[in-house]
Design a protein around this ligand. Structure first.
Ligand SMILES: N[C@@H](CCC(=O)N[C@@H](CS)C(=O)NCC(=O)O)C(=O)O
Length: 358
């Protein structure tokens, strides 16, 4: 009888840390506790007897309390060049199997090239599930060891003048997550690599990439501790989603595309703003602002009692509207909304993401 086919995955990372440090991250319980689980989980227990034949074990806990326990045996410990260990899940939350992980550490470009092979999976789907887990787990390892922290793995592709880019930047600031801003415009080749629709922003976390502002913020929300960007109760969370969706469906189109951008990038006759386009937007704005105003009558924020994604979507738009001809007068007719904007505008997430003057 033929031996069953087994599957393996390979991963590579360059980490700005000496290889002794990178290697040690696999060898001590204190180190493993800092990083050895996918984003959005935490290591609740860790043990490691890092010598050939010694055992290691980790209990990971997800936000919803579900627990995953994995462990195995060190097969090779050749610090700082190589480590090999077996990997078996306990319990029935994950498929029963024993797989083997081999990791090598090579000094490169002032840091360490980590090359990992995880082999022995009984099915391609099981391997692919582990690949996803390893991607964000190695992002956590990189973040733990690299002096740049999360900015070593997280890159936001966008333009500091774009309202949607600012929304994500505000979300990252609210959560206290470091990131690198890669300045790039819509429809540029580097942006199209991540977002086939060509809009900014787009987002990378190691090998994982995303586009659409609300999806990016959801990912940030679930991966990182720090204040939640979503309200605490069901009705307020739905209300938050309502304003995110309304921004994507109507508010951005009216207030930015057909109002603000007409002044910032005039495309009318003789390089002037297109008065016809602006006039239709200006007519729609009072009803939209009145709806936002009503939402702020009982709270300083659009959904719930603290800042949420809803505020992060709306604030950058209104800040631009206010600076355009007639914009401040439109906003003055929405006093509850402007009281709320006052609260959002005093936050560090807003003041630290001011767009450069156009
Ligand atoms: N639904 C997208 C919208 C993003 C968007 O429209 N971004 C603007 C800049 S603020 C853009 O890329 N505009 C270029 C275009 O419309 O081609 C999201 O939520 O990220």
């Amino acid at each position: 009888m033929n031996a069953p086919e087994l599957f393996e995955l390979g991963m590579t990372r360059h980490i700005r840390a000496a290889r002794e440090r990178v290697c040690d991250a696999f060898l001590s319980a204190d180190e493993l506790r800092q990083w050895m689980c996918p984003r959005g989980m935490r290591v609740a227990e860790a043990s490691a007897d890092a010598r050939q034949g010694g055992r290691w074990r980790i209990a990971m806990v997800a936000r919803d309390g579900s627990r995953f326990v994995v462990g195995g045996e060190y097969r090779e410990v050749a610090r700082p060049e190589r480590v090999a260990f077996t990997w078996s899940w306990e319990g029935d939350a994950m498929p029963p199997m024993q797989t083997l992980i081999e990791v090598s550490f090579t000094a490169k470009d002032g840091g360490t090239l980590l090359q990992m092979r995880h082999g022995g999976f009984p099915a391609a789907a099981v391997r692919d599930g582990h690949r996803q887990g390893w991607n964000t787990t190695l992002n956590k390892l990189t973040e733990h060891l690299d002096p740049r922290g999360a900015a070593a793995t997280i890159t936001l592709l966008g333009d500091a003048r774009s309202t949607y880019t600012r929304t994500v930047r505000m979300g990252l600031a609210e959560k206290g997550v470091a990131y690198a801003l890669q300045s790039c415009g819509p429809h540029t080749p580097e942006l199209l690599e991540v977002n086939p629709f060509g809009r900014i922003p787009a987002f990378r976390d190691g090998e994982f990439s995303l586009f659409e502002t609300s999806a990016i913020l959801r990912y940030v929300e679930e991966c990182f501790d720090g204040p939640s960007l979503l309200p605490g109760n069901i009705a307020d969370r739905a209300r938050c989603e309502q304003w995110v969706s309304a921004t994507n469906a109507y508010l951005y189109d009216t207030m930015v595309r057909r109002f603000v951008l007409q002044y910032v990038f005039p495309r009318g006759e003789g390089g002037q703003p297109d008065g016809g386009v602006i006039a239709t937007a200006v007519k729609e704005m009072p009803a939209q602002l009145a709806a936002l105003d009503r939402a702020c009558e009982r709270s300083d924020f659009l959904a719930g009692t603290s800042v949420s994604m809803a505020d992060l979507f709306v604030a950058p738009i209104l800040a631009y509207v206010e600076r355009m001809p007639g914009g401040a007068a439109q906003l003055a007719a929405a006093p509850a909304l402007m009281r709320s904007q006052g609260k959002v505008r005093e936050r560090a997430s807003f003041t630290s993401t001011q767009p450069p003057a156009a």
